[in-house]
Design a protein around this ligand. Sequence first.
Ligand SMILES: Cc1cc2nc3c(=O)[nH]c(=O)nc-3n(C[C@H](O)[C@H](O)[C@H](O)COP(=O)(O)O)c2cc1C
Length: 172
Amino acid sequence: MLDILLKRRSIRKYTGEAVPREKLELILNAGLLSPTSRNRKPCEFIVVENRDTLKKLAKVRDHGSVMLEQAGAAIVVIADSELSSVWPEDCSIAMSNMHNMADSLGIGSCWIQGRERYAENGQSSAEFVRDLFGVPQRYELQAILSLGIPAEHPEPHKLEELDQSKVHWEKF
Ligand SMILES: Cc1cc2nc3c(=O)[nH]c(=O)nc-3n(C[C@H](O)[C@H](O)[C@H](O)COP(=O)(O)O)c2cc1C
């Protein structure tokens, strides 16, 4: 686990090749396996492999989502907000587990924030996703995981570089 956490980086450059289907399914299983408050499981996952759709989805943010144009796939994480009021926490755990799972399989990925963000056309990113995929109104957007065969290999994190001053033992 520590090796995976140290090696995990946000990858924003991809070769443009497809993500093998069996790896995509493992990544989705990591999302589905994630714990949720009261076990309500509000998160749902829209998988995108189509190049034209990925190019459209690249405009989901005014900046910070352009890597989707070259991605091999994307997973849009939405939640049924009527099922749980803490869906952002639930979806974040699913995002994080999928991001780590992708890395462990040699697939590069990057979190693209959707909640509280805006699309290139001025819509909220949530509305943009509703329109693009026909998502019902009660579903909220959390984030999008871009995925692809890495075309960059940033250095792993190092234990020595961790800011231990963020940790407070017994009192602040
Ligand atoms: C909640 C959250 C939102 C993020 N949103 C974006 C984003 O919209 N676009 C992007 O390129 N990276 C985004 N990132 C990736 C961060 O920029 C990245 O994790 C951070 O710079 C640390 O780099 P590392 O992941 O390589 O360790 C996001 C990460 C998190 C956890």
